[in-house]
Design a protein around this ligand. Structure first.
Ligand code: PBG
Length: 322
């Protein structure tokens, strides 16, 4: 007879026992649900590469946000598709901009929902870049002013958290001071501090109609092979007053989540981006994977790596499952 002292299988014998020794749990309170608002009324247009995700007019978005809140999702993040785009992205900071109107309607109609505003220009500019263009590239410092203005207008509309995603140098300092001067000292900033120039954003750019019309985002978003630089980016944002940090994408960058978690004490979010979602949906549609199990497993992996909060298009499905 084989005598083994250690038999890890002893603790895996039944579902109840496994649950007792489980180290990580997903919780509805950790979820942030991304929504895309578009012009019109009664519009609910499915995004081709993201089954289950829709462009919603404001009235439909209020319904969606309300349903999510009732199911137990505590929070949403709003992305806007404006009626018209221009060189400067003026709809991003207009008082009656699509995002501002959506936030106002949701704050009025849905109780106790934390509303994040994505603060960036790429959905609003005709060229699809995340800032002001000069000499064929995004000019950093002139963009800061526009981002600060955009954040203030989103706070004015009622946004609870400002989430800048443009990867401009100094954006947190500029937005923090803009918000403070306007009297929004208590509005926190969730910085997309570590955002890679990722091919996994493909479906989002269809959903938000925000693909760059020339070039790409590699002069401002991070180079995927780099991790020391990720810590540097996070450190700069902490110094400038970020209240929370984000790593994006999530599953292909679990090592980055681990590293940022180890180094910084701020709450950490991770964004399971459109391409991560689309991969799961597509393989499930082919009958090649079990959608629900892969969804849960990928989210628990993100949590296990150290993310406190997860932005996911699966938010409603997850809370139903939990
Ligand atoms: C805006 C922004 C993007 C995403 C979130 N905010 C697109 C981009 O940088 O091109 C991507 C989210 C996703 O893919 O789900 N800058």
């Amino acid at each position: 007879m084989v005598r083994l002292i250690h038999r890890p299988r002893r603790l895996r014998r039944t579902a109840t026992l496994r649950a007792m020794v489980r180290e990580t749990r997903l919780d509805p309170t950790n979820l942030i649900y991304p929504l895309f608002v578009c012009p019109g009324e009664g519009v609910r247009r499915e995004v081709r590469s993201m089954p289950g995700v829709f462009n919603l007019s404001i009235d439909e978005m209020v319904k969606e946000a309300d349903e999510a809140r009732r199911l137990g999702v505590p929070s949403i993040i709003v992305f806007g598709l404006p009626e018209s785009k221009d060189e400067q992205g003026t709809d991003a900071f207009a008082e009656d901009g699509i995002t501002q109107r959506a936030i106002r309607a949701i704050k009025r109609e849905v109780k106790d929902l934390v509303v994040l505003a994505d603060t960036c220009l790429c959905e609003y500019t005709s060229h699809g870049h995340c800032g002001v263009i000069k000499d064929g590239d995004v000019a950093n410092d002139p963009t800061l002013e526009v981002l600060a203005k955009t954040a203030v207008s989103q706070a004015q509309a009622g946004a609870d958290i400002i989430a800048p995603s443009g990867m401009m140098d100094g954006m947190i300092a500029a937005i923090r001071s803009g918000l403070d001067v306007a009297g929004y000292t208590d509005i926190p900033i969730l910085s997309y501090a570590v955002k890679y120039a990722s091919a996994f954003y493909g479906p989002f750019r269809e959903a938000a109609d925000s693909a760059p019309q020339f070039g790409d985002r590699r002069s401002y978003q991070m180079d995927p092979p780099n991790i020391r630089e990720a810590l540097r980016e996070a450190e700069l944002d902490v110094e400038q007053g970020a209240d929370m940090l984000m790593v994006k994408p999530a599953l292909p960058y679990l090592d980055v989540i681990v590293a940022v978690r180890e180094r910084f004490d701020l709450p950490l979010a991770a964004y399971q981006v459109s391409g991560e979602y689309a991969q799961i949906k597509a393989a499930a549609k082919m009958g090649w994977i079990d959608e629900e199990r892969v969804m849960m497993e990928s989210l628990i992996a993100i949590k296990r790596a150290g993310a406190d909060l997860i932005l996911t298009y699966f938010a409603k499905d997850v809370v139903k499952k939990l």
